[in-house]
Ligand binder design. Structure first.
Ligand SMILES: Cc1ncc(COP(=O)(O)O)c(C=O)c1O
Length: 390
């Protein structure tokens, strides 16, 4: 493979000496090294927060070991005998939003270099590229057949013509498309383009039924990075914990770059609890429940008048997209928007209007709720749509 990380990472970042503290060497004793408060947390019931006067562990090796083991067993590429993921393949972030920003900061020179994203897609790639003054090149997903797959020839063509593009963001399963991107096309991109990093954002991977995680690919392709999060399948959005799986040299760069104590002791403790076998069992059950409700929700909503009966995107995430049709049977943003507003303001059910996204005319994105929530949504959706389209 013709990939050279030293040509991809910005020179100052590549040569960064990570912040070191005395506790990298000594963790026990009378700790007078980090200017903490020795009297403990200044809270009324401080006993329940024992230890929070101390800085957290900067490395989280135990959590990384456990999540690496979990992902080693769940890959689309299991049969290929790839080197297993280890803690050295991981960098943790404050949600995968921080991980997205970190990759851009590590690789793209502001005001000069660029990232590539594939609309319709997650909004933070564009926000982070703006924040970092990095250009955003768009190559849309294939929308004509509602598959929302990557247009590999168009992506390769764009990359070959523009050497300033350093990162390609693939959201798989997609948001708002809910479609897993074919893992073989991701591998094809990684093997045919080596002047940057292919970032696969797998925030919704545990809900995918058509394939598993691409994370183990990072040990085959040093130009692949995979983002995951505890915010979705693990039900821990409030904890703010995201992960980047990457080749060991790239993970080392990202770890050197991160703020030393970005993961709080509280987040770290909950994350470790989430890796216990009982918690994994609960996570899998809750994913199963979402998967069952997802099919039911899709069936109920697409059988309504004024909702397209062809599936929009995939069924690989914890949300679905439905397309609202006007009286002429064409996608209708006006109707979809009024429906969205009425559902939120009168029925008190908040969905997401996505009709202005590429290939999503007339679309609402709806998170799969509990059975009770879905029952209510379907009832209100049918009633409101009926009254509006009359
Ligand atoms: C595709 C995608 N990536 C990343 C994120 C961010 O997740 P986190 O909560 O880990 O920051 C989201 C959140 O909705 C998302 O949809």
């Amino acid at each position: 493979m013709n990939f050279d990380l030293t040509k991809i990472v910005r020179p100052k970042i590549l040569n960064l000496k990570p912040y070191r503290c005395a506790r990298d060497d000594f963790k026990e004793g009378i700790l007078l090294d980090a200017n903490e408060n020795p009297h403990g947390p200044t809270l009324k019931e401080a006993e329940s927060c024992a230890g929070l006067n101390r800085y957290p562990d900067p490395h989280q090796v135990e959590f990384k070991t456990k999540i690496a083991d979990l992902r080693n067993t769940q890959s689309s590429f299991k049969s290929e005998n790839l080197d297993p993921l280890t803690p050295e393949n991981i960098c943790l972030g404050v949600g995968s939003d921080e991980s997205i920003d970190a990759l851009i900061r590590a690789c793209c020179v502001p005001g000069k270099e660029k990232i590539l994203a594939m609309p319709p897609t997650y909004g933070m790639y564009s926000v982070c590229s703006d924040i970092n003054d990095v250009g955003l090149v768009k190559v849309p997903l294939i929308v004509e057949d509602n598959s929302f797959q990557m247009d590999l020839p168009a992506v390769l063509d764009t990359l070959n013509k523009d050497p300033e593009i350093k990162l390609v963001f693939i959201t798989s399963p997609g948001n708002p498309t809910a479609a897993l991107v074919d893992p073989k096309s991701i591998e094809a991109l990684a093997s045919q383009w080596q002047s940057g990093i292919v970032v696969v954002d797998e925030a919704y991977i545990d809900f995918a039924v058509t394939g598993g995680s691409a994370a183990p690919l990072v040990n085959k392709y040093p130009n692949v990075a995979v983002l995951q999060t505890l915010s979705k399948s693990f039900g821990l959005a409030g904890v703010r914990l995201g992960l980047t799986f990457a080749s060991k040299p790239l993970a080392k760069v990202l770890n050197a770059m991160k703020a030393p104590y970005n993961i709080s002791s509280l987040a770290s403790e909950i994350a470790l609890r989430a890796m216990e076998p009982e918690s994994i069992f609960i996570m899998k059950n809750s994913v199963q429940e979402v998967i069952e409700q997802r099919s039911r929700l899709l069936k109920d909503l697409t059988s309504l008048k004024h909702v397209a009966d062809t599936q929009v995107g995939g069924l690989d995430a914890n949300f679905i997209m439905v397309r609202i049709l006007g009286p002429d049977n064409k996608p209708c943003n006006e109707l979809a928007k009024v429906l969205y507003h009425k559902l939120a303001s009168e029925s008190k059910v908040v969905t997401r209007f996505r009709g202005l996204e590429y290939g999503c005319a007339g679309c609402l994105r709806i998170t799969v709720g509990t059975k009770k929530e879905n029952d209510y949504l379907v009832k209100e959706f049918a009633k409101t749509l009926d009254s509006l389209a009359r």
